[in-house]
Ligand binder design. Structure first.
Ligand code: DON
Length: 561
């Protein structure tokens, strides 16, 4: 490694430190710049077209909630492998005028006919039934959530907000490199579904290339048909009839009663302090509490002195992540299982977590790293309102099934339940009874958008996609900003690690410098090196100085104005 002239001129002791730092740190360079600065507002999304849709709404006078909803509908068109009107999500909202936070849970819900043993065959759990197929489908919450947010805080009607998404779907959009890659990887499965193959594959069955146009005419028509009363038209009207008829024909469980009964839930946001900040997160069934527990365990930890991504810092992260993921098994749908969040976030529990992290006992046997379903987006408007939203159809292209006439891709969110205690799901997360299937219940989620305040004012927001790596990714990006004072672009670009207790192996991005990796191995950690871990976006807010970045691992962008 070349040591610069400036370093050669430094005193010997400082030279050693600078060279050591250079060995252990390296910010990877990515092809596209996915960051931006803004004065009045900012939208960050994994799809630049979708971020543009949000900014268009802000410029028309819409607020952060209007813009977030427009972005969510648009990204449902431009990254249909990740999210859409067949899915559901979480919205964490800060309304500046009220100095108040709101948490909207519009997650998919198990159908009324669902049963705890519905994935058992011949006495054995068959995990595949919860994915890739009709039995994986849970009741979609996306449109109900969007409607609830708009009715409570929006300033515009559904059709005005949906217009950019309808245009993208009807006129077509250029496939992003990410989407083209996902389609190519899943082409053999997409071929089996008439709706998906017609829209996403070429007539000869091959996958489109990045930049090729994709048109979703039927989805455009469905969005238009929702008019300005999307809940009535989606859950009670023609969309419901078409969806239920499709389910009946294919042996699915979702019924008309499931759709008419679906309600989004306004829940109380949860919060905990970290180094003079208040961190607000989604309550269960989100894993927001797990991120707060981990941050709590690292509070007053003098991390800055250790150095970003230094081996001693990463060792502390690994231990805290492991214990946090062990605690994750205590989270579930609070409408079915008592989840004592106050206790989990108490100083006592966090002190115990910290002590367990110092004396690790559990060593269990590595998860699949690739998976970029799910979409996170972040919006700040000129009045200081903030929305952090994560939405999903679960795995890439959800159940790999669509209702062709509606252009609607079905989720496979049932896989987020524990199909049986100890049986790992698509993300190698093992579940317990608390997260077993029950009719009307919502599965535990790793999605965890957060907003952080200092002296009562939001200073940053982040959220991500990537199954359980959302939890570790949000944690690391938040720490990169709060503890190491990196800007948004560097905070999301820094290499990341992931440890989820079971399997007990540390997953490390290949961009992590080799010297750091061997230092961790010398400490006794078993590592698995992967190209990328999830995708995380961030915005930092200072007066008239907004800095946003989406994760260059997935593409997309930030647009400020
Ligand atoms: O809610 C959850 O935890 C999952 N359905 C999220 C799935 C996800 O992030 C997919 N991929 N990267």
């Amino acid at each position: 490694m070349a040591v610069s002239k400036a370093v050669m001129l430094m005193p010997r002791g400082i030279q050693v430190c600078v060279v050591a730092l250079a060995l252990f740190t390296a910010t990877p360079s990515y092809a596209a710049d996915t960051s931006a600065v803004g004065v009045h507002g900012m939208v960050v999304s994994e799809s630049e077209d979708a971020a543009r849709a949000g900014v268009e709404i802000l410029k028309q006078g819409g607020n952060a909630v209007d813009a977030a909803v427009a972005t969510a509908l648009a990204v449902g068109v431009t990254n249909p492998a990740a999210c859409g009107i067949g899915g559901g999500g979480f919205m964490l909202i800060y309304i500046a005028k009220a100095h108040a936070f709101y948490a909207l849970d519009y997650r998919e819900t198990a159908p009324l006919q669902a049963r705890p043993d519905m994935y058992m065959r011949n006495g054995k759990p068959d995990e595949d039934l919860a994915r890739d197929g009709i039995l994986g489908v849970a009741v979609p919450g996306e449109i109900a959530g969007i409607d609830a947010a708009l009715r409570r805080f929006g300033t515009m009607k559904f059709q005005q907000i949906a217009a950019p998404a309808e245009k993208l779907a009807g006129d077509g959009y250029a496939a992003s490199p990410h989407l083209a890659g996902e389609i190519a990887q899943l082409a053999s499965k997409l071929k089996n579904d008439p709706g998906l193959s017609q829209v996403f594959l070429k007539p000869d069955g091959s996958a489109p290339k990045a930049g090729d146009m994709i048109v979703e005419k039927n989805l455009a028509a469905t969005l238009k048909s929702l008019c300005d009363d999307p809940v009535r038209n989606f859950y009670h009207g023609q969309v419901a009839s078409a969806l239920v008829a499709f389910m009946k024909a294919r042996g699915g469980l979702l019924s008309a009663a499931d759709l008419t009964n679906y309600r989004p839930d306004w829940r109380d946001p949860i919060r905990r302090r970290y180094e003079g900040h208040e961190v607000y997160a989604m309550p269960p069934p989100s894993s927001g509490g797990v991120v707060l527990e981990m941050l709590g365990a690292l509070d007053s930890g003098h991390l800055a002195g250790l150095g970003v991504n230094s081996p001693p810092y990463l060792a502390r992260l690994i231990e805290v992540m492991r214990q946090g993921f062990i605690d994750r098994e205590r989270y579930a749908d609070p409408d079915f299982i008592g989840v004592d969040v106050q206790k989990l976030l108490s100083d006592t529990n966090i002190q115990q977590l910290r002590e367990r992290a110092l004396h690790p006992k559990e060593m269990r046997p590595p998860p699949a790293a690739h998976d970029h379903g799910t979409s996170n987006l972040l919006v700040v408007d000129k009045d200081g309102n903030v929305v952090a939203l994560t939405t999903t159809i679960n795995t890439v292209f959800g159940a790999k099934m669509s209702v062709p006439a509606l252009g609607l891709i079905l989720n496979d969110e049932m896989d987020d339940f524990a199909v049986a205690p100890g049986v790992p799901n698509a993300y190698h997360l093992e579940g317990e009874r608390a997260n077993e299937v029950r009719p009307g219940k919502r599965p535990l989620s790793s999605m965890t958008p957060i907003i952080v305040t200092k002296s009562g004012v939001p200073v940053m927001t982040t959220g991500g996609s990537g199954g359980p790596t959302i939890v570790s990714g949000v944690l690391q990006v938040a720490l990169n900003i709060l503890a190491f004072h990196l800007d948004a672009a560097s905070a999301v670009a820094e290499p990341r690690i992931h440890e989820q207790a079971a399997p007990d192996i540390v997953i490390v991005e290949q961009a992590m410098p080799p010297a750091t990796r061997s230092a961790l191995e010398q400490m006794g950690y078993k590592l698995k090196v992967v190209p990328n871990l999830g995708a995380v976006g961030a915005i930092t807010m200072a007066p008239a100085n907004l800095r946003g970045a989406f994760d260059p691992r997935k593409g997309g962008g930030a647009i400020g104005y």
